[in-house]
Design a protein around this ligand. Structure first.
Ligand code: AMP
Ligand code: ZN
Ligand code: FE
Ligand code: FE
Length: 273
């Protein structure tokens, strides 16, 4: 019988609210049998996650979410089945995290110039040692009483195109796909609805992407059908998940609702060989 697989989850090692063990406990409660932990630029959750999952009888696929850029579009690439001990992969992840830190400092500088006295220390406190991202900046702004809501941070200051926005250092999808492949993994384009353009999707297919994240909370039923047809047309693999972060995101209800049958995970494993 097919189980349920959620292959897109975040923990405190990036901008998620739950520790790996807490996440596994939630996965068990939600009836998931396979998950992938896909923190941004970080694999620190994988060992704790695997140990906790083994105790619960849940399968954890080692994952990571990388940020790439195509023109003006932000394209996230999910790497699955990676050997997270691969030294070259870890060198790159360390570089990406350091670039995230420098970018957070630039954003804080811009916010200070806009008379919001936020400190980088307050942001790093939110990040708790994991990959620093805009969600931590938004949370710190709320925590320090400088703005009213988490969402306001994005709509007024740090959302794309807003005055304190800063681009992240990003590699090309081709580089990300090569990095994941060299670490023994498969690459999937995450939530393609966030950049929509089928021309970009075609570029990713030409660059050798292994699959598409078909199931995602941001995808309408029409989008799921559309991406499924592209998967079939190009003999790609299909992934899916909740992209659950927890905490201030208010995405609690997504947990357990966005999944793929584990049969599709078996198909991924066959492609690995
Ligand atoms: P970063 O990786 O630092 O660029 O942060 C990206 C994360 O910020 C995304 O995964 C979203 O969760 C969050 N984010 C980006 N734009 C918005 C927005 N307009 N509203 C709420 N959250 C956002
Ligand atoms: Zn995230
Ligand atoms: Fe993403
Ligand atoms: Fe994500």
């Amino acid at each position: 019988m097919d189980g349920k697989a959620d292959l897109h989850l975040h923990t405190t090692f990036s901008d998620g609210a739950l520790s790996p063990s807490e996440l596994i406990e939630r996965a068990r409660q939600a009836g998931l049998t396979t998950i992938s932990i896909t923190d941004h630029d970080h694999t620190g959750a994988l060992d704790e996650g695997a140990a906790a999952a083994a105790r619960q009888g849940i399968v954890v696929i080692p994952g990571v979410e990388l940020s790439t850029t195509v023109g003006d579009a932000d394209v996230h690439i999910l790497g699955y089945f990676i050997n997270h001990r691969d030294s070259r992969l870890q060198e790159y992840l360390a570089l990406f995290r350091n670039e995230r830190l420098k970018r957070a400092e630039r954003i804080v500088g811009k916010l200070n110039a806009m008379h919001l006295p936020l400190t980088i220390a307050a942001v790093l406190h939110q990040a708790g040692g994991g990959s620093v991202g805009r969600p931590h900046i938004a949370a710190a702004l709320v925590e320090e009483g400088l703005i009213g809501t988490y969402q306001e941070a994005f709509s007024r200051y740090i959302g794309s195109g807003k005055p304190a926005y800063e681009k992240k250092y990003m590699i090309s999808p081709r580089e990300a796909i090569a990095l994941v492949a060299a670490a023994g993994g498969l690459s999937f384009v995450a939530h393609p609805s966030t950049f929509i353009d089928d021309g970009v999707l075609q570029e990713l297919i030409d660059a050798g992407i292994d699959g598409i994240e078909v199931v995602h909370p941001s995808h309408s039923p029409e989008m799921v059908a559309h991406y499924s047809s592209i998967v079939s047309e190009y003999f790609l693999l299909a992934s899916g998940g909740s992209d659950f972060h927890g905490g201030k995101r208010n995405d609690r209800e997504a947990f357990g609702r966005y999944f793929i049958p584990t049969e599709q995970v078996d198909m991924m494993r066959r492609r690995l060989r």
